[in-house]
Write a protein that binds this ligand. Structure first.
Ligand SMILES: Cc1cc2nc3c(=O)[nH]c(=O)nc-3n(C[C@H](O)[C@H](O)[C@H](O)COP(=O)(O)O)c2cc1C
Length: 136
């Protein structure tokens, strides 16, 4: 399955790599791809996938790339199993709660979310391992 991520400084990218490893550990196949290399139409053909993006703006998704991607994705995500993940700094994860709600309203089955404060560590990897098991 595809693990698609957007990352400004590499923190969410590292989470995507960890999630990819954990999907393989859970017996699945993972293809980790940067968001700009994938279109929402590519994901329309997938039953399940993971999508990661860090907190930007004021508890928002990056408005240049991620927001338009997610708006398009909302049209085709109904019935799919989706895992969301991303890194943040000073907030409390509000951006992820809003993102999860949007995906659910669009009809996605959000199997779980993982947020990491700045660079992901061992605890985050453990959370990503649990997320991987729900996806595979
Ligand atoms: C322009 C900008 C806006 C940000 N807005 C938020 C925010 O609203 N809430 C928050 O918790 N962190 C915010 N951050 C911090 C990033 O989410 C944090 O540095 C994160 O680790 C970046 O992950 P990335 O390297 O995967 O992009 C912001 C950072 C930048 C540069």
């Amino acid at each position: 399955m595809k693990v698609v991520y957007w990352s400004s400084t590499g923190n969410t990218e590292r989470m995507a790599e960890m999630l990819g490893e954990e999907i393989k550990n859970a017996g699945g196949e993972a293809e980790v791809c940067e968001l700009s290399t994938v279109s929402p139409a590519d994901l329309a053909g997938e039953d399940s996938f993971a999508l990661g993006a860090s907190a930007m703006g004021d508890e928002e998704l990056d408005e240049g790339e991620v927001e338009p991607f997610v708006e398009e994705l909302e049209k085709s995500v109904s019935g799919k199993k989706v895992a969301l993940f991303g890194s943040y700094d000073w907030g409390d994860g509000e951006w992820m709660r809003k993102w999860e709600e949007r995906m659910k309203e669009a009809g996605a089955e959000v199997v779980g979310t993982v947020i990491a404060n700045n660079e992901p560590g061992d605890e985050d990897q453990a959370n990503l391992a649990e997320l991987a098991k729900k996806l595979v």
